[in-house]
Ligand binder design. Sequence first.
Ligand SMILES: Nc1ncnc2c1ncn2[C@@H]1O[C@H](COP(=O)(O)OP(=O)(O)OP(=O)(O)O)[C@@H](O)[C@H]1O
Ligand SMILES: [Mg+2]
Length: 367
Amino acid sequence: MLLWEETLFKDRDRFELDHLPEHFLHREAQMNSLKFCIRPALQGGRPVNALCLGPPGTGKTTAILKLFEEIEAHSSQIVPVHVNCQMNSTRYAVFYQLYKKIFQHAPPSSGISFKRVFEKVAQHSADENKVLVVALDDINYLFPEKEVDHVLYSLLRAHETCPGARMGVIGVMSELTLNYVFDPRVVSVFQAEDVVFPLYSRSEIRNILGHRVQMGFYPGVMADDILDAVVDYTEKSGDLRVGIDLLKRSGLTAEKRASKSISSEDVASSYDRSRLVHLTYALKSLKADEQKVLQLAVSQESWRAGDLFHRFHEETGAGYTRFHEILNKLDAIRLINADFTGAGERGRSRVITVRYEPEEILSRLGS
Ligand SMILES: Nc1ncnc2c1ncn2[C@@H]1O[C@H](COP(=O)(O)OP(=O)(O)OP(=O)(O)O)[C@@H](O)[C@H]1O
Ligand SMILES: [Mg+2]
């Protein structure tokens, strides 16, 4: 029995989703690609721009934060700035963040214009011979109104109005492919190197979670076969966040019944809540038409793809190519199953089912 003041957690912070892991496993290739992009900046040149792509929970944000940590420790010539575009979704807001990082205080609040903020930032880069490396995380939030074109244009052509200014961009997206057409004036300056973050394999998930268990729980709290159950659930959802959240919740559940170790029932009962962590993050990456398909899909237990397309087409006028793309994305980020079936008079057709309950989805889409 666990005494009331005892705990299973050696270090509870290890199970928080914003905890930056000290051991970032299985992402050496991606880290090397990113470093390769930055390298020219160390030699007085311009960094190569990059675009990090991959499903939710595959370590994209973590890779940027680890990279920036390393840069800050080793170089004062490069100024890395991580911008969360969900919170900073305009050109002004992005440059406001750059200004804040460079000057270590916010711009004077009395209605300073974009032009002024921009000039200060670019001038600083030129005068101090510093290279700004700007990570635009969840860059898809800049797509509406084509704000992203304004942001990239300002960043990557800064040297035209302010000679000597040097900036590089790392775009980050929960997408499998870029799916956005940049303005031609941006295309000529934003030729990005793709850095792909695939889903973790089962053994990679096990390593990563096993490491968290070692660091976060006291010895003997989680037996190997219980960890395997957590890995199964994580693999099913395709999102490492589910696994990390599940470790924490099952630890708390075991504590609540004053047990010194976590049982498979603790894991099973906690999964009901943890699996929703994936849903929350996955929904945030959806565009309006992708949300529409999902909304239509939950209104029925299962759909033939053709029927769902007709409904979608009726409501939005969009064509089959786009619909097909959307299905593939929703399938890839594991919000739906889109399986081929031999049944049906027209032979092989896809059957669509949603992997979450209608209320779980609709309440998060705000409808
Ligand atoms: N290779 C890894 N080793 C250890 N922890 C990891 C690894 N990859 C991801 N994590 C952990 O998983 C969680 C999700 O990772 P992260 O936020 O980097 O994903 P992401 O790819 O940016 O997802 P999204 O596209 O939804 O923003 C974080 O808590 C992070 O610490
Ligand atoms: Mg992220």
